[in-house]
Design a protein around this ligand. Structure first.
Ligand code: HEC
Length: 263
């Protein structure tokens, strides 16, 4: 059982993320204490953090496991970060403190947990922590340059079958999405290929009907899971609508699906 599960099981009222982290060890407690002591100076530009890089790297390296509304990530392996920090922020923790906590978490995750350590390091770890601290638990959407730092999931050019081949790439930035949520093909035998250049394991499955985020029709085929290579699946298509989606737990629900129109 992970520490998070242990805490959830033993404590009816969820403790704030900050206190949980402070409970982890003297180093973290000291860090949080120092950070709490400093005035709540603006996160923007602090330590010259680059928030654009921070957002891009968060989406690429963290978003497959964590939900962060402003980052438009919907991972469910780790805690929802908006919820994890809301209580601490409401209790008066500054965003600077949150930043220090996130940076420490990147360096020292729970050894029994699923989070690998040092997914980002050095200046990039600072950028990611600064971005998370700036936007976590905030409503609304990122604006200005941050709004366009990462391509909207699924917004790419529709995929079109040619000569029996249909290529639908997984988001190279690690988002839980294919680059497009629209594809078309003519009826008959089609090889569907999914290049996945990200480090997040995905596959591509095809189902009859337009199910969207939830299973509805029947599955006619699925590729193996892959990272950093291309996976393929052969299917025979009839005129009508199909859904393509990723079968990794939580990915379809997070928006990793699209519609395949056959005519
Ligand atoms: C493979 C999945 C995975 C990835 C990738 C991942 N995390 Fe985590 N994360 C977890 C899990 C599981 C936990 C809970 C266990 C723990 O505390 O280590 C967690 C905990 C956290 C926490 C503490 C939240 C709390 O409630 O106390 C923060 C902050 C965090 N992660 C930030 C990040 C950042 C930033 C990145 C990217 C650099 C990242 N995570 C990448 C799985 C992941």
């Amino acid at each position: 059982m992970s520490r998070t599960q242990a805490l959830t099981a033993s404590e009816p009222a969820p403790r704030s993320s900050l206190r949980r982290l402070m409970a982890r060890g003297p180093a973290l407690a000291a860090l949080a204490a120092v950070a709490l002591g400093t005035a709540g100076c603006s996160v923007k530009g602090g330590d010259n953090a680059n928030l654009i890089v921070g957002k891009q790297q968060f989406v690429a390296k963290c978003g497959s496991c964590h939900t962060l509304a402003r980052g438009e990530t919907k991972g469910v392996v780790g805690p929802n970060l908006d919820e994890a920090f809301r209580a601490s922020l409401n209790e008066g923790a500054t965003r600077d403190t949150v930043r220090g906590v996130v940076e420490k978490q990147i360096q020292i995750p729970n050894p029994e947990g699923a989070m690998p350590k040092n997914l980002v390091s050095g200046a990039t770890a600072k950028d990611v922590s600064a971005y998370v601290a700036q936007v976590v638990s905030k409503s609304g959407k990122d604006s200005g340059l941050l709004a366009t730092a990462v391509q909207a999931p699924g917004a790419g050019k529709p995929a079109v079958e040619k000569g029996g081949k249909l290529s639908i790439a997984a988001s190279p930035s690690g988002q839980l999405a294919y680059v497009t949520n629209k594809a078309s093909a003519s009826p008959g035998a089609v090889t569907v290929e999914m290049p996945n250049m990200s480090g997040v394991a995905h596959n591509i499955a095809i189902e009859t009907g337009e199910g969207g985020a939830t299973a509805k029709g029947s599955k006619i085929g699925a590729s193996p899971f892959t990272t950093k290579t291309t996976a393929t699946v052969n299917v025979t298509l009839k005129p009508g609508s199909y859904t393509f989606f990723c079968e990794a737990p939580g990915h379809r629900q997070a928006g990793m699906y699209g519609t395949l129109t056959v005519k």
